[in-house]
Structure formats: structure tokens, C-alpha cells
Design a protein around this ligand. Structure first.
Ligand SMILES: Nc1ncnc2c1ncn2[C@@H]1O[C@H](COP(=O)(O)OP(=O)(O)OP(=O)(O)O)[C@@H](O)[C@H]1O
Ligand SMILES: [Mg+2]
Length: 369
């Protein structure tokens, strides 16, 4: 028997049905990342699991106990199943160590000394023993979230549920929290993590659940979901979250912001400097030196250029789509050179692209070297 068994789970609100018919099992020791577009029921699923929400129909068995049965002792079940939210929700008027002691004393019956000793051990585990006597407001967001995880562990749960545990954090704090979660995975705790950190989902989970429109659309090991998704929707979502996009809707776009965002993207994809520079040059050349002057010359004030860049990790398979249909439509017939992307091809393709394709007039696909 699996540790968690979900069958035909449905949750309806008056105007929306965030969960239509979800079926899944989770075995002990598994780490499940739940990914998917916004509003597709990920949080609702997590909240139904520990019965913060009451499902409309269906069944959830946790360790053989039916969570939907009115006779089930929910507070006892919630002790087995900790939850870590996006916004850490620590008690601000309690010291860090006290935050970790209260529930175990109240609910597990630990003595003050036992609760204190356990709290220090757990703080050690999340690398924050020296913050035991600090107030929550004295900690960084990442540290607070690590305390929140330690507090979840203080109840000695079998299962830990996370709802976007890093989404309120600055990028540099994300990795410290994720490495704590990864450490827990290595110790065999069963975890379900709603996340938009695709790297974590790929590297730290045993399986990934892709949710879409209230259903568990595709579930499988990370290699399947990220490299060989079975369903088109999964493929499109993965592509979208792994790609970089930039919209140019003015004649004087902020190239510094564009550069910062593209460089950050390239770092996330573990691309070398050379590849990152090539992309920067292409965008600057295509947009700054070709398309915007063309737009100005043709009186286009709302250029509406859309650049999408996709790179596999390490900078393989780099593809850039430049959509400048609105710009070119201003001068169709007048400037066949630009229309055909000939200038672009001459100045860039030879230097930085293997080849290029015109998907339709004004929509060019470049295969970056
Ligand atoms: N208490 C509620 N009452 C009414 N509708 C709700 C309630 N909670 C969630 N919903 C709706 O259910 C749908 C799914 O919401 P949910 O929070 O589960 O999405 P999500 O996948 O977690 O999205 P996100 O990635 O943005 O967090 C949304 O349309 C949301 O507006
Ligand atoms: Mg959510």
C-alpha cells in the first residue's frame, strides 16, 4: 500500500472547479515536485491533502487512514503531515527556538527540556543553531523559511507538504532553502513540493506531477517530464518556463534591463560566457540596429517586437525567435531586404548562428551557435 493514495479527488467552488478528477499515489520516501501553470489546482491539491480544504468528492488515504471520513482525527493526521507555506508564518513574538518548541510540547507531550534539545538539533540541521535566541524579524527571508521547515520537522512528521517554499525569496536565498529540502529528501522523508524551481524539480524529486486544468496531466520521473514529456501540454509548459522572453514596445527600450535579465537566464541554464555573449549580441543587433531604426523610418511608434530564446542546459540547442511582424507590416513591399531578414542574416547569422529560418514574414528563427 502506498503512503498516500488519492482517488477521483474533486474540489468545486461555486464558480470554479480547481480539482476535477485527480488520481495519484505516493510511496514512502518519495519526493514529488508538483509543477504546472498558475491556477491549475496545485495549492488546492496540497490543501486538500491535509484537509485545510474539504474535497467535494473522492478519497484521500494517508497511511491507510481516510482523510475524508468525518470520524478521522484530523489534528492527529496533521501531525503526521507537516506543511510549510510560502510565507513562513512564524510567531513574531516568540524566539526562534520557542517557535520550534510550542507544538511539540502541546501536541507531542514533550517536556520543555526535550523540546528545547530537539529544537536545537533541528536548527542544526537547517544550519541555524546560532539563531536559536534571535527573533524572527532579525532573520533573512531564507533563514526564516529554514526555521519554518525546522518547525515542521519538530512534529516528527512522516510527510512534509510544501507550497512554493521559495517563491517569496530573493534568488540568492532560494538555493539555501532548496538545499535544506534536498537534505531532507536524502534522509528519506516523504515530501510533496509545489514549486516553480524547475532545477529543483528535476534534480531533487523522484517523480514530478504536472498539473493542468485541475487534473494530474502527466506524472513521471524527472527525465520523462523534462526531456521526453508524453503530452503536448507538458512539453509546452516546460519549454515556456525554460525559455527567456523579452518584449519591446517602445522605440527606446531598456537594454540594460534586457541584458541583466538575459545574463541571469543564461546563468540559470549554466551557459558559458561565450554563448551568453552571442545571444546578447544577436538581440542587440537585431532589435537595436536593425528593427528599431526600421520602425522609426516607417513611423512605427509601437514596435511590439517579441524575442523568445530557448537554450538547453549548458547552452545546447539554442534557438531564438524574433517576432517583428508589427514592425515589418509597416513597410511590407517597401523594404524587401529587411522583410526577408536579409540584413539580419548577413550581419548576424554568419557570425553567431548556424542557420536561420523564416517561419513567416517577420517571424524569424535563429539557431544560435
Ligand atoms: N477558497 C477559494 N474559493 C474560490 N476559489 C478558489 C479558492 N481557492 C482557490 N480557488 C480557485 O481555484 C483555482 C485553483 O487555485 P490554486 O490556488 O489551487 O492554483 P495554483 O495551481 O496553486 O496556482 P498558483 O501557481 O498561482 O499558486 C483558481 O482558479 C483559484 O482562483
Ligand atoms: Mg498555488
Amino acid at each position: 500500500m502506498s503512503l498516500i493514495e488519492i482517488s477521483h479527488l474533486r474540489k468545486e467552488y461555486p464558480n470554479v472547479t480547481p480539482l476535477k478528477d485527480v488520481n495519484a499515489t505516493v510511496d514512502e520516501g518519495e519526493v514529488i515536485s508538483i509543477i504546472g501553470p498558475s491556477g491549475t489546482g496545485k495549492s488546492t491539491l496540497i490543501r486538500c491533502l491535509n484537509r485545510l480544504e474539504t474535497p467535494t468528492s473522492g478519497e484521500i488515504l494517508v497511511d491507510g487512514v481516510n482523510m475524508c471520513d468525518p470520524a478521522t482525527d484530523l489534528s492527529k493526521m496533521r501531525q503526521k503531515m507537516g506543511m510549510v507555506f510560502q510565507n513562513y508564518a512564524l510567531f513574531g513574538h516568540k524566539l526562534v527556538v520557542e517557535n520550534l518548541m510550542m507544538a511539540p510540547m502541546d501536541l507531542l507531550g514533550l517536556s520543555k527540556q526535550e523540546a528545547y534539545d530537539q529544537a536545537l538539533d533541528l536548527l542544526d540541521k537547517v544550519g541555524l543553531r546560532d539563531k536559536a535566541l534571535s527573533w524572527p524579524h532579525e532573520l533573512s527571508g531564507g533563514q526564516r523559511q529554514r526555521v519554518a521547515i525546522a518547525r515542521g520537522l519538530a512534529m516528527r512528521p512522516k510527510i512534509l507538504l510544501f507550497d512554493e517554499p521559495t517563491s517569496a525569496l530573493d534568488p540568492q536565498m532560494v538555493s539555501e532553502v532548496l538545499s535544506v529540502i534536498t537534505g531532507l529528501a536524502e534522509q528519506g522523508l516523504t515530501m510533496l513540493v509545489v514549486t516553480h524551481e524547475m532545477r529543483f524539480a528535476r534534480d531533487a524529486s523522484s517523480r514530478v506531477f504536472y498539473m493542468d486544468r485541475g487534473e494530474l496531466w502527466e506524472a513521471g520521473p524527472p527525465e520523462q517530464i523534462f526531456e521526453h514529456p508524453v503530452r503536448q501540454e507538458t512539453h509546452d509548459f516546460i519549454f515556456r518556463v525554460r525559455s527567456w522572453e523579452w518584449d519591446v514596445d517602445t522605440l527606446a527600450p531598456d537594454f540594460h534591463a534586457m541584458e541583466a535579465s538575459l545574463v541571469a537566464y543564461c546563468q540559470r541554464q549554466f551557459m558559458g560566457r561565450h554563448a551568453a555573449n552571442a545571444c546578447l549580441l544577436i538581440v542587440e543587433e537585431a532589435v537595436g540596429n536593425q528593427l528599431l531604426p526600421y520602425a522609426r523610418a516607417h513611423g512605427v511608434t509601437d514596435p511590439n517586437i517579441h524575442v523568445t530564446f530557448y537554450a538547453g542546459e549548458g547552452g545546447v540547442d539554442m534557438v531564438m525567435d524574433v517576432d517583428c511582424r508589427t514592425v515589418l507590416s509597416a513597410g511590407v513591399g517597401e523594404a524587401p531586404g529587411v522583410h526577408d531578414m536579409d540584413q539580419l542574416s548577413l550581419s548576424l547569422i554568419t557570425a553567431h548562428c548556424e542557420r536561420w529560418e523564416l517561419l513567416e514574414p517577420g517571424l524569424v528563427r535563429l539557431y544560435v551557435r
